[in-house]
Design a protein around this ligand. Structure first.
Ligand SMILES: [Zn+2]
Length: 104
C-alpha cells in the first residue's frame, strides 16, 4: 500500500479517490473522519491520506492526481477578518485564531 496524496481537506482527498477508482485503481482512504473528535491523537494521524493498494498503479495514480490538482490551483492568500493574519488559500479557517474565512 503506497501513499499517493494527503490533504487536510478530506473532501478533496475523497474526490481524488473517486477519480482513481473510476480509472480502475484500487485505493484506500485513511483518516477519512480525521476531524471527528480525535483531539488526543497526534496531528499527523488525522490527516486524510489516500493510498494505492497495487504498487503497479502508483505512477498512473500520481499522474492523475497531478493532472487533477493542476486544474485547481490554489487561490490567493486571504486575510483573516478577525486577526488580520494572512492565510494560505488552502485553509478555510485562520491558522492562527481559527476564525472562518467567510466570517467577514
Ligand atoms: Zn485569525
Amino acid at each position: 500500500m503506497i501513499k499517493v496524496f494527503e490533504d487536510f481537506d478530506y473532501m478533496r482527498v475523497g474526490q481524488l479517490q473517486s477519480i482513481l477508482e473510476a480509472q480502475g485503481i484500487k485505493t484506500f482512504l485513511k483518516n477519512q473522519f480525521g476531524f471527528g473528535g480525535t483531539g488526543e491523537l497526534p496531528f499527523v494521524e488525522t490527516v486524510p491520506q489516500l493510498f494505492v493498494l497495487n504498487e503497479d498503479d502508483v505512477d498512473r495514480a500520481r499522474s492523475l492526481i497531478e493532472a487533477e490538482t493542476a486544474d485547481n490551483p490554489p487561490g490567493p492568500v486571504w486575510t483573516c477578518p478577525a486577526c488580520n493574519e494572512e492565510n494560505d488559500a488552502a485553509f478555510s479557517h485562520c491558522w492562527k485564531c481559527s476564525a472562518s474565512k467567510d466570517s467577514a
